[in-house]
Design a protein around this ligand. Structure first.
Ligand code: SAM
Length: 278
């Protein structure tokens, strides 16, 4: 006889579903912005879900969080002021604070409940919200970004997928505001979805950013949790080209996925991605 099992189905892509066997559902709530759940999975530890989509898991969160922070922060010659838009699980914030040059990280998260629940259920990821160099702002990133000009060295758009409150974070008017919020030698990075399932999103992001920044470089990482496993990020810079960063400036920084070789390797794109964004 088979014992009753608890399974969660993630079906964000039409025609493709992923099932996760759960030990337990630890928490669910409808916040003013989205449906939030914390579950304990069999193979990936505890995980945060928003609107039925897995955002981070204990087992592989480090890949996404290291790649969305160490690539831009290593590309910038002297990152002192950093802005994270979204990032409610705290993983990107944690990685940014590994840079001794970083004086302050402002994190603008729309949903206070994401932060509260990650601090409670995922404390290893959400470990730095009370760091004196971190400033949490609970506001819509689209609104906040309009209020700043020439303030940041690096802006990290650590948003959920382009559904619900994150839709406009993938659109050109928002990138125009990000460009204005950056200093003259600033750079930004955003997650730009799966090259397999969402190549149109990646293409749209790259096209919009090329109109606004002289240097636009997509890069990739392998993240088991996300649909297809292959995930893209896009870096856009006002001045520095990451490919011209000297090797001796790159340091190992207590990471599990990122390392200085990865810095250059991540920008090597498969032909299918190159062609899609030509
Ligand atoms: N690693 C994740 C992924 O790609 O699935 C994303 C990490 S983080 C949990 C994404 C956060 O973006 C969420 O906490 C969500 O509340 C936040 N967010 C979505 N739209 C936002 C907006 N307009 N302003 C600020 N934060 C936003």
């Amino acid at each position: 006889m088979k014992a009753t099992q608890l399974w969660f189905t993630e079906d964000q892509t039409p025609g493709y579903k992923v099932q996760w066997r759960l030990r337990e559902v630890l928490h669910t709530e409808q916040t003013p912005f989205q449906e939030l759940a914390i579950v304990d999975t069999y193979d990936f530890g505890k995980a945060l879900l928003l609107d039925g989509i897995i955002q981070v898991t204990e087992k592989d969160h480090f890949i996404y969080n290291e790649m969305i922070t160490h690539i831009p922060l290593s590309a910038h010659p002297n990152p002192r002021r950093v802005l994270i838009i979204g990032g409610g699980d705290g993983g990107a914030l944690r990685e940014c604070l590994k840079y001794e040059t970083v004086e302050r990280v402002d994190m603008v998260e729309i949903d206070e409940q994401v932060v509260a629940n990650c601090e409670k259920y995922l404390p290893e990821i959400a470990s730095e919200f009370r760091n004196p160099r971190a400033r949490l702002i609970f506001e819509d990133g689209l609104k906040y970004i309009k209020t700043v000009q020439g303030e940041y060295d690096v802006v990290i758009v650590d948003s959920s997928d382009p559904v619900g409150p994150a839709v406009q974070l993938f659109e050109r008017p928002f990138y125009e505001d990000v460009a204005r919020a950056l200093k003259d030698d600033g750079l930004m990075v955003c997650q730009s979805e799966s090259p397999f399932f969402n190549i149109d999103v990646l293409r749209k992001v790259v096209t919009a950013l090329r109109d606004l920044f002289p240097v636009v470089r997509p890069y990739l990482a392998v993240i088991p949790t996300y649909p297809s496993g292959l995930w893209s990020f896009t870096l856009a810079s006002k001045k520095v080209d990451p490919l011209a960063v000297p090797r001796e400036r790159l340091k190992a920084r207590d990471t599990q996925y990122y390392n200085p070789d990865m810095f250059y390797g991540a920008f090597v794109l498969p032909e299918m991605v190159k062609r899609a964004i030509e």
